[in-house]
Write a protein that binds this ligand. Structure first.
Ligand code: GDP
Length: 539
């Protein structure tokens, strides 16, 4: 019996659905120093994806490993590159997307969250919720994304577990449902007791500071004898958790209302296998995305994907531009010719890579939830859709509330044309948001960013790539609010130099110095429309 085209189709759809079902695509949201790099290594180490911790990008090694695509990146010793790490574990493919963070912050950090299905919120046991974590959590919340919480550094002195959970619930309204519980206080960590109350894993530091703690499993009776009061206290706290109903609840987890919590210590690699299990068992697999018209596209439909990040100049000699695409539906095969939805033009995918840190490997196939990097992608921009088969276009990735503003001017007036072209290109790529105000006109656009690092990228690329060096004058605004045409005259009359600006997508934005000033404006002009921008800074 010969196979019909329909049967082949069925088979390939089934394969895509099965492969998508094995994917777990997530990012870690945390404040600098909470241990994200260490946790990334620990996860990879545990899953045996790499052979020794530190091989990926430990802080100590980071300077050596830093990709060399941009001098600025090297000068700062940090990685501006956002990339994906694939971890194969328990018949699942975990795609960990890096959220570039550190002290500097950029829109890229936020955009990565539009390409994942779940987030791991990493907290330092001594610090709890910190500023950057809160900002990133806001984006997860706006997307109703499931969040798993990992309380790190339990091997060091820190806060009480109940107090930490209370902080999470009170400050961000996320209901914590612990999956395990620490025995022994932070700093005198004895081990982890699973919520079932019967599985206890004892923590023993390996002598000589090896990277992996010894995990020893004891029965409750053995544990009670070995840990004494610490055990009794943990058991009592577990009972309390049961009484207050802090049990894992799949529906509210999926809605981003409750969060399973795990305790551990990434550095000695303790409690990390439990996090891997939680990702495998609880994190959602990719589902069929919704297109710009609001229709759901089945996961097994022909290939489609969306650009969530652009990266330029990775290779100085080629000035190439790389687009990071999350596969939304179907099977990707290298060499496929795709259609770029925005222009209807074909896009060849001969050079397609999987990227992590400075390492690039050629990728042959990818499935929903995977990230592919397309080389020579100068025609693409953040939010663009690529597809095979019938046309599809996904809704744009929202731009985030900027908190930093600066006026840009061409240093050399004779190069104004190059200046304009460069600014327009960086705007289209989503490197910064470009605003114009009547006060200064188009000669001196206001650049708006989520983090100051974005300005450095603009300065660097304007000088190196467009040969139009710029001068940036920082402005004293910290907030942007959306207004409408009817409110424009009132907004114009407010004091402050730019105040009313127009973003390149046509939105009218009122720039405000700070939230106190905002309150005064709102009080004096109750009729003025001032809406917060979607998903952005904590204000
Ligand atoms: P990142 O900035 O979030 O990527 O943080 P790093 O992974 O670079 O970690 C910051 C510091 O905390 C480093 O010195 C780590 O060695 C340390 N650290 C991370 N996790 C742990 C942990 O579980 N226990 C202890 N004691 N230190 C940790």
């Amino acid at each position: 019996m010969s196979t019909t085209a329909e049967e082949t189709n069925d088979k390939s759809t089934r394969e895509v659905v099965a492969e998508a079902g094995r994917r777990r695509t997530f990012a870690v949201i945390s404040h600098p120093d909470a241990g994200k790099s260490t946790l990334t290594e620990a996860l990879a180490l545990h899953a045996a994806a790499i052979t020794s911790a530190g091989a990926v990008h430990g802080k100590g090694e980071r300077r050596g490993v830093t990709s060399d695509w941009m001098e600025m990146e090297q000068a700062r010793g940090i990685s501006i590159t956002s990339a994906a790490l694939r971890i194969d574990y328990a018949d699942r493919v975990l795609n960990l997307l890096d959220t570039p963070g550190h002290a500097d912050f950029s829109e890229d950090t936020y955009r990565v969250l539009s390409a994942v299905d779940c987030a791991v919120m990493l907290l330092d046991s001594a610090k709890g919720l910190e500023a950057q974590t809160l900002k990133l959590f806001d984006v997860c919340r706006a997307r109703r994304m499931p969040v798993i919480t990992f309380v790190n550094k339990w091997d060091r002195p820190g806060r009480e577990p109940l107090e930490l959970l209370d902080e999470v619930e009170q400050r961000i309204g996320l209901r914590p449902t612990p999956l395990n519980w620490p025995v022994g206080i932070a700093g005198d960590f004895r081990g982890l007791l699973e919520r079932d109350g019967t599985t206890y894993t004892r923590f023993t530091r390996t002598p000589g500071g090896a990277t992996r703690a010894i995990e020893e499993t004891l029965t409750p009776e053995e544990a009670a004898g070995a840990e004494g009061d610490a055990w009794t206290q943990a058991v009592e706290e577990l009972e309390l958790l049961g009484e207050i109903g802090a049990d894992f609840d799949p529906a509210s987890f999926m809605a981003g209302e409750s969060s399973p919590v795990l305790f551990g210590a990434a550095l000695p690699n303790f409690g990390v296998s439990q996090l891997l299990r939680a990702l495998v068992d609880l994190a959602p697999a990719p589902t069929g995305p919704v297109d710009a018209r609001g229709a759901e596209r089945p996961i097994g439909a022909p290939f489609s994907g969306q650009v969530f990040k652009m990266q330029a100049n990775m290779d100085k000699a080629h000035r190439d531009r790389m687009a990071f695409v999350r596969v939304s539906t179907g099977r990707f095969e290298r060499g496929m010719v795709l259609t770029h939805a925005a222009t209807g033009r074909p896009f060849a995918t001969k050079y397609t890579q999987a990227v992590f840190g400075s390492e690039r490997t050629t990728i042959e196939t990818a499935y929903p939830g995977d990230v592919i990097a397309l080389v020579n992608a100068a025609a693409l921009k953040v939010g663009d859709t690529l597809y095979a088969g019938p046309k599809v276009e996904f809704p744009p990735i929202p731009s985030f509330a900027p908190e930093h503003f600066a006026v840009a001017r061409a240093l050399d007036a004779g190069r104004y044309k190059q200046f304009q072209r460069g600014i327009a290109q960086l705007d289209a790529e989503g490197v910064v948001q470009v605003l114009t105000s009547d006060v200064r006109g188009e000669q001196a656009p206001v650049l708006a960013a989520v983090g100051p690092l974005q300005f450095d990228v603009v300065s660097h690329r304007m000088a190196e790539e467009f040969r139009a060096p710029i001068e940036l004058a920082h402005l004293d605004y910290t907030l942007a609010r959306r207004t409408d045409a009817a409110s424009a005259p009132t907004a114009h009359s407010l004091s402050g130099a730019e105040v009313l600006t127009r973003r390149s997508d046509g939105e009218l934005l009122v720039l405000v110095h700070n939230k106190w000033r905002l309150r005064v404006i709102q009080r004096d002009h109750p009729e003025l429309v001032l809406e917060p921008l979607l998903a952005g800074g904590v204000e």
